[in-house]
Design a protein around this ligand. Structure first.
Ligand SMILES: Nc1ncnc2c1ncn2[C@@H]1O[C@H](COP(=O)(O)OP(=O)(O)OP(=O)(O)O)[C@@H](O)[C@H]1O
Ligand SMILES: [Mg+2]
Length: 251
């Protein structure tokens, strides 16, 4: 039977020297869901994402994306096959408008092909359409002509997610997309993530439990590099082991 999961890990491990930051993690991520990874500081969440995106080579185990092993593929090749992580604010062009940032990111997806002059007119149109539909989706249509640097912090973080969407990914990895956001901007991001989970597969690392409980289909709780508990939001919320991990008794 064909694996119906978009992403699977088998005993995935990452050591920094002798320290196991990710310890035999088995994950199965279903298509078109929001799958969150939570856990106390230092649990290994970001390290896990580094392995998934190709930023770090795992020291053990395997990663399968759409049924194919990608454990040793480069980060670039993973992006090409449909995986994206959200950019950092530092990767936005502060002086360019929201629309221009998104158009450049859409163009980047085509690589050198977009330089071929006989493709350029159609391609340009496609890029503009994609950029505009993403602007709309981010709820930033009214800000399309505003320089990225003039957006609020929260709006810049929405734009980062938008930049990742320009690659038309199937799996989107978001590491603390609301970090540093003001309370006023959080509902927009929450709505965006829930919305994206209907069309894409989203893996989310997030410390804000309100958001995690509201948007997740599945939650994996990590502690000390391993998986402590996995389940639906209500199952995870009710599990005493999760509370203990956060209180530091287990972690
Ligand atoms: N480059 C590194 N070299 C050595 N140890 C590291 C490195 N990066 C992370 N660690 C350690 O690995 C463990 C897991 O770190 P990681 O950043 O993955 O945790 P996290 O769950 O993302 O935490 P947070 O919630 O604070 O972001 C921590 O103990 C951390 O100190
Ligand atoms: Mg982290």
């Amino acid at each position: 039977m064909r694996d119906s999961h978009i992403l699977t890990t088998e005993n995935l491990s990452l050591s920094y020297g002798g320290f196991r930051a990710v310890d035999k993690v088995n994950l199965r991520v279903k298509p078109r869901t929001v799958h969150s990874v939570i856990g106390p500081n230092g649990a290994g969440k970001t390290s896990l994402f580094h392995c998934l995106t190709g930023g770090r080579r795992p020291t053990g185990g395997r990663i399968l994306f759409k049924g194919e092993e990608i454990t040793n593929r480069s980060a670039h090749a993973r992006v090409g096959s449909g995986m994206a992580r959200s950019f950092q604010i530092t990767s936005l062009f502060q002086n360019l408008t929201v629309r221009e940032n998104l158009r450049l990111a859409s163009q980047g997806r085509d690589g050198n092909r977009s330089l071929l002059f006989w493709r350029s007119v159609n391609a340009r149109k496609e890029h503009i359409e994609l950029a505009d539909s993403i602007t709309e989706r981010l709820g930033l249509a009214g800000k399309a002509a505003v320089a990225a640097g003039d957006l609020s912090h929260g709006q810049q973080r929405l734009l980062e997610v938008g930049m990742a969407l320009c690659g038309k990914p199937e799996l989107l990895l978001l590491d603390e997309p609301t970090a540093g956001m003001g309370v006023d901007d959080i509902p927009m991001m929450t709505k965006l993530i829930a919305d994206l989970g209907k069309e894409y597969s989203v893996m989310l690392i997030e410390h804000n439990m309100g958001i995690v409980m509201a948007v997740s289909d599945t939650i994996t709780v990590m502690s000390r590099g391993g998986v402590l508990v996995e389940g639906k939001p209500e199952e995870v919320r009710a599990d005493p082991r999760v509370r203990e991990a956060y209180l530091g008794k287990v972690a």
